[in-house]
Design a protein around this ligand. Structure first.
Ligand SMILES: Cc1ncc(COP(=O)(O)O)c(C=O)c1O
Length: 360
């Protein structure tokens, strides 16, 4: 039987649990976590609180639920407004849950190419309370680190601290969607707790670059996490013997954080290689972590659908992102050889389609 080689670059969420994760899951000590007795969940939460430098932490099923819970706690009074990036994950990809479920009004500020928002524009977006007769009340600012839509760019300590100071000046809270905060920490060479020091709450996904099968952790003050626990139950996210999943996450923390640096190197190699293929463009300098966007050059005879289908036929799975754009994401189950194989397949596909379409 010929086994077709598949290189799955659609996302860092596609990783399969490793043997050590499966073994840890099989032998995990568990109990009813809704009642607060699961020892493995408690261990993961203690560990994550320490890493994130916060008083407490809570395991929830997904990054989406973690953000929703966090925003809803900070904006628990009706008529609250949150300032967030126009290309933030919360605003674009989470079903508008903060509005539909939480009644929270979003006020967007343009995300710059590096994933930040201009601090002056954030300040201008804060509502003047003296006109509360018409305005909603600003209560929260959200940042995203790394910023997914800008290609996994990192928000620096300096930037995050400045936004934190601004939030304090106006009596607002700061939440960080840290779905890929470990990638940012490794790329910037600073510990996670320092990177999120200014935040009142922060989330970290275990199921992305870290490679656990599921789950996200929220960290914050003890009182914030007590409220988060109640809201998690309300939203149906409290699970009984959840230690089975948390056991895999503990292995991910132990074994996979150290692999992120190599993921970032492979992403850079991939970006540089793609940029050398005639007809494709990558902003190599913008590749700071594990996400790479590449474009089909303007005026090319190749369409996105054609290239996508041709790559799929070669076993190279990527994510189409627009009329001429693709996203590829490196994770710990992508080897250097996979990167080289991917480059050779993409080169072949582009050359073949160009010849077929009689263009450049
Ligand atoms: C930046 C960011 N935040 C939040 C999420 C949501 O995570 P989940 O898919 O676990 O709901 C994602 C998912 O890709 C993300 O990229």
């Amino acid at each position: 039987m010929v086994v077709k080689r598949i290189v799955d670059l659609r996302s860092d969420t596609v990783t399969k649990p490793t043997e050590s994760m499966r073994a840890a899951m099989a032998s995990a000590e568990v109990d009813d976590d809704v009642l607060g007795y699961d020892p493995t969940a408690a261990r993961l939460e203690r560990e994550m609180a320490k890493i994130m430098g916060k008083e407490a932490a809570l395991f929830v099923p997904s990054g989406t639920m973690a953000n929703l819970i966090s925003v809803l706690i900070h904006c628990d009074i009706r008529g609250s407004e949150v300032i967030l990036g126009d290309y933030s994950h919360i605003h674009i990809y989470e079903n508008g849950g903060i509005s539909t479920i939480g009644g929270v009004h979003p006020r967007t500020v343009k995300n710059k190419e590096d994933g930040t928002m201009d601090i002056d524009l954030i300040e201008q977006a804060i509502r003047d309370p003296s006109f509360a007769i018409c305005y909603p009340t600003t209560r929260l600012i959200c940042l995203e680190n790394t910023h997914a839509h800008s290609g996994g760019r990192c928000l620096s300590i300096e930037y995050t601290d400045k936004v934190g100071e601004l939030a304090k000046k106006y009596g607002l809270k700061l939440h960080i969607d840290g779905a890929r905060i470990f990638n940012a920490s490794v790329a910037l060479g600073v510990p996670v707790h320092r990177l999120v020091q200014a935040a009142d709450s922060v989330t970290a996904c275990l199921s992305k670059g870290l490679g656990a099968p599921a789950g996200t952790v929220i960290a914050g003050s003890k009182s914030f996490i007590s409220r988060a626990k109640i809201l998690r139950k309300t939203l149906g996210g409290a699970m009984r013997q959840v230690g089975i999943i948390c056991a895999a996450a503990l292995v991910a923390l132990e074994e996979n954080v150290g692999k992120l640096e190599s993921d970032h190197k492979k992403a850079k190699i991939l970006a540089e290689g793609l940029n050398k293929i005639k007809g494709l463009i990558v902003d190599v300098a913008s590749v700071e972590t594990n996400i790479v966007y590449f474009d089909i050059q303007e005026g090319s005879s190749i369409t996105e659908v054609e290239l996508f289908k041709s790559l799929e036929a070669h076993g190279i799975l990527v994510m189409p992102e627009g009329p001429f754009k693709f996203r590829v994401v490196i994770h710990h189950q992508i080897s250097e050889s996979d990167v080289q194989y991917t480059l050779s397949c993409i080169q072949k596909a582009v050359t073949g389609l160009s010849a077929q379409n009689g263009g450049n």
